[in-house]
Design a binder for this molecule. Sequence first.
Ligand SMILES: [Zn+2]
Length: 135
Amino acid sequence: MTTDASWRWPHVAPDTIACRCCGETFVDPVALDALERLAQSLGENLVVTSGHRCALHNARVGGAPLSRHKRLAFDIALAGHCNAELVAAARAAGFTGFGFGQTFLHLDTRARPARWFYGQRSIEQWTSVLCWIPA
Ligand SMILES: [Zn+2]
């Protein structure tokens, strides 16, 4: 994936977490360690639909002004995953911020754990999954 010897996350391709508009990257070792653990534990390829966002890109896609994506957060495509397994594995991997979308799961490693939804439809979609996963 990369020839850079300092890149120590073999299951994470650097370009998949770079800003979609300009290729800017942000190396957050804590977040990358969690993503690497998650990919290893699932034994599946993770599709990151949004990783780091430069300030312009974050504004353009309607991201929150203080979005963790301006540092490093990951939106993981749900397609091909068992949603419950994905959430449980992400928690075990060390993620603390969870945003439950209809097509993606937002993950980050914020200091204070948080979880949120993206609209009523995502609440309905995730309710049956989350009811048996302890907060
Ligand atoms: Zn950009």
